[in-house]
Design a protein around this ligand. Structure first.
Ligand code: NAD
Length: 260
């Protein structure tokens, strides 16, 4: 315990208590971190502001991460209470529901741009805008999915966005590495959350993963939270540009041998 003692960080992307961002916030808090959380737009305030209070968050702010001025406002708010930022979590993604079904080639140009802007460019903006306030050795973490590497049913434009996100992690790792700042990602297995609800037949994906993963189960938000400690604490001080799968091993499976 106490792995995050003395660390101060911002967690972007809390929608509710099922959000991966929320589990990461809870785990980091338990380990001694001071945390600011953000949510998208005032419509979410009703749910997220009480969560911030429950957590004892240093601040709970609305932030549309597609707007650089709103990111800057969050960074400025942190500067009023902290003399630096030790970690950032980017747990933000969006695609229009109609893009998450049917044929990938039917993705509209507008839907493509929206998914890339909200799910990828937001990480790039956050890194650039936060950089002057980041402490040496700070940890940045984003959330990806196996759809970046392989075709997953209905994941479509989000798969392409996650591939771009994972490539961005590597480029950002180079941009930010000189001060020991690390940029990494977790490729999480499927979890029932608000974002996942937008993917057609998501239940099928959950069942398939459960039945075929080496560990024969799905993972929880809490497990992603616990794994995030590797990248956000000093345990991962030598790790950057990495995407770690937290998926009960599903990514290693081609066709599972019949063993029953
Ligand atoms: P979630 O809906 O709880 O979180 C997604 C968050 O993105 C929400 O808080 C939403 O408000 C925020 N967001 C969307 N557009 C935004 C914008 N313009 N500015 C700021 N915030 C914005 O769902 P989640 O499953 O916890 O998703 C978190 C991350 O984990 C996403 O990147 C998602 O792709 C990734 N992920 C999820 C799963 C899964 O199965 N749930 C698996 C792998 C990766």
């Amino acid at each position: 315990m106490g792995l995050m003692k003395g660390k101060r960080g911002i967690i972007f992307g809390v929608a509710n208590d099922r959000s991966i961002a929320w589990s990461i916030a809870e785990v980091c808090k338990r380990e001694g971190a001071e945390i600011g959380i953000t949510y998208l737009g005032e419509a979410m305030a009703k749910r997220v502001v009480p969560l911030g209070e429950k957590l004892g968050a240093a601040f709970t702010l609305s932030c549309d991460a597609t707007d650089d001025a709103e990111i800057q406002a969050v960074i400025d708010a942190s500067a009023e209470i902290w003399d630096g930022i030790d970690f950032i979590v980017h747990s933000v993604a969006y695609a229009k529901k109609e893009e998450l079904k049917g044929k990938f080639y039917d993705t509209s140009k507008e839907g493509f741009q929206l998914a890339m802007t909200a799910s990828v460019y937001t990480l790039i903006s956050i890194c650039r805008i936060a950089e002057p306030r980041l402490t040496d050795g700070a940890g940045i973490l984003t959330m990806s999915y196996l759809g970046a590497e392989r075709v997953m049913p209905h994941y479509n434009v989000m798969g392409v966005a996650k591939a771009a996100l994972e490539a961005s992690v590597r480029y950002l790792a180079v941009d930010m590495g000189q001060r020991g700042i690390r940029v990494n990602g977790i490729s999480a297995g499927p979890i029932r959350t608000l974002a996942a609800a937008g993917i057609s037949d998501f239940k099928e994906i959950l069942n398939w993963n459960r039945d075929n993963a080496p560990m024969r189960r799905n993972i929880s938000q809490q497990e992603v939270g616990e794994s995030s400690l590797l990248f956000l604490s000093d345990m991962g001080s030598g790790v950057t540009g990495e995407i770690m799968h937290v998926d009960a091993g599903y990514h290693v499976v081609g066709m599972r041998a019949v063993d029953e």
